[in-house]
Design a binder for this molecule. Structure first.
Ligand code: ARG
Ligand code: ZN
Length: 481
């Protein structure tokens, strides 16, 4: 509720009655709808996401033509107002044809790099259910922000796969991990083109007029916007059932050529890796599994897109690679189910996914976590820039710095040594249970680790996560370095 001053204050100049007693004092008290904030106050990306509403579901219905990269369609957002709203923002880049809110036409304008300001014709009250229907079209690969696009057009299709920014190019959203939602994604493409996304296929591709097919995918677990993805192109799709009974959908770009056997040998082990990880991290948090081996001209990284990571071709160049499959699937717990509340806390994702690779190596008898710690510690000279980036606060431009991954994994190994294996392997599943399908901060992880271990870990977290410079380690690692 906001207190208004007298209407007279709105008038330019000072009216004659301003001299009367009472003029200019508050005369009206009312709840006045306010604009939703254009961001969620993220310390690194203050304008990512929006305030004033909370999304429950995105229904994304698209049409795509690989020949032109033209994407068009309608996204219906089911949300709830968290305040009285005069207007609100969505994060989006493509050209908007119309927006309706609860059936009423709304006006829109763009603001800043990626904000779509929506002014509904009726004000919205706190707690009200919102149905926001956005019709749009564009050529995502030609839609750049600062010379950059999170949409990758390829020879035979496209990939909407990037972190943290990828939704902007294909659906309007509240683009921050704090606002998770479920998804229905359907895309009409020329028949013969495949479309892969998160979750399960509620129905097979259905024929449409004009020799087209409409593919449908459904995600029933809360999903952060950056973990929703599209892979469109020529794919061999292989389905299976995991040991836990869940559907497995793997997709291999037909462009991979001689890289295809290594891609298959690696991604085929997803269900086995998920089963192993479940024994350490707690129950697998989602409804489906799988992986997408992206095309040779696609992305150069891998991303833990929910239920189905997408891998760039580079991971298969030296043969099969289970490390990257372990890394991306560990993210299903650390990142996807337990998501950062703010991007600064990216260590909760990358440190844990990287340490999972060391645990897997140890499990496989290919080198213990201690050996990997020693090797990694020694591989960065004391005067290396590497040690100047604190993983707990790497900076907005360095959220994927090597320090977040490698020093991040080293930090977890040192935590394990500090608290002992019993406590460490109790902390990991307790963490994924406490924040399942939610958000969390490093401070919350420290508190949980302290509660379970009974230790004050302030110095440990300060040194390993928040202080520039190479931490000293007792024992073999220090000697080797
Ligand atoms: N979370 C990803 C991973 O480590 C990293 C994504 C990096 N993003 C990028 N655009 N390069 O698995
Ligand atoms: Zn990662």
């Amino acid at each position: 509720a906001v207190t208004l001053t007298g209407a007279g204050t709105m008038v330019a100049g000072t009216p004659a009655h301003a001299a009367l007693p009472g003029w200019g004092r508050p005369t009206v008290t009312a709840a006045v709808p306010q604009p939703g904030d254009p961001g969620l106050g993220d310390t690194y990306f203050p304008d990512y996401g929006n305030g004033g509403y909370d999304v429950e579901h995105y229904d994304v219905r698209l049409r795509y033509d690989p020949g032109t990269d033209r994407l068009s369609g309608t996204t219906t957002i089911l949300a709830r107002a968290t305040q009285d709203l005069s207007r609100f923002n969505l994060d989006f880049l493509l050209d908007v044809e119309s927006v309706r809110v609860n059936g009423w036409a709304a006006t829109t304008r763009t603001e800043g790099a990626h904000e779509l300001v929506v002014t509904p014709s009726r004000t919205i009250t706190k707690g009200q259910d919102l149905t926001i229907v956005v019709r749009y079209a564009g050529v995502p690969s030609e839609t750049e922000v600062g010379g950059y696009t999170g949409w990758t057009r390829t020879d035979d299709g496209a990939l909407a796969v990037n972190e943290p920014e990828s939704a902007w190019w294909w659906f309007p959203s509240n683009d921050h991990p704090l606002d998770k939602a479920t998804y229905d994604v359907s895309v009409s493409v020329p028949t013969g083109v495949e479309v892969v996304s998160n979750g399960v296929q509620p129905r097979p591709p259905l024929a449409e007029a004009g020799n087209r097919s409409r593919w449908s995918w459904r995600t029933t677990s809360p999903t952060a916007t950056y973990l929703a993805f599209l892979a469109i192109g020529q794919y061999d799709i292989v389905t299976d059932t995991a040991p836990n009974g869940q559907p497995v959908v793997n997709a291999y770009s037909t462009s991979l050529g001689e890289l295809a056997p290594a891609a298959r040998a690696s991604i085929e082990r997803t269900a086995e890796i998920v089963a192993w990880a479940s024994g350490i991290f707690g129950p697998y948090p989602f409804e489906a599994q799988g992986g997408v081996a992206g095309p040779v001209d696609g992305i150069t990284f891998a991303l833990e897109t929910q239920t189905r990571p997408v891998y760039g071709p580079g991971f298969w160049r030296r043969g099969s690679n289970t490390s990257v499959v372990v890394h991306e699937n560990a993210h299903q717990w650390f990142g996807d189910s337990v998501s950062v509340a703010r991007w600064q806390d990216i260590w909760l994702n990358e440190g844990f996914a990287s340490y999972a690779e060391w645990l897997w190596s140890e499990e496989q008898g290919e080198g213990t976590a201690q050996e990997l710690f020693d090797f990694t510690y020694a591989s960065y000279p004391e005067d290396s820039e590497f040690w100047q980036v604190p993983p707990g606060d790497p900076g907005a431009g360095r959220i994927f710095d090597d320090a977040v991954y490698d020093r991040g994994a080293m930090a977890l190994h040192q935590l394990r040594l500090a608290v002992g294996d019993d406590a460490f392997f109790e902390i990991l599943p307790a963490w994924t249970a406490a924040h399942r399908h939610g958000n969390a901060t490093i401070a919350q992880f420290q508190a949980l680790a302290e509660r379970i271990s009974g230790l004050d870990l302030t110095d440990f977290f300060t040194t390993w996560l928040f202080t520039a410079g190479r931490p000293d380690v007792p024992g073999s690692a220090a000697r080797k370095a």
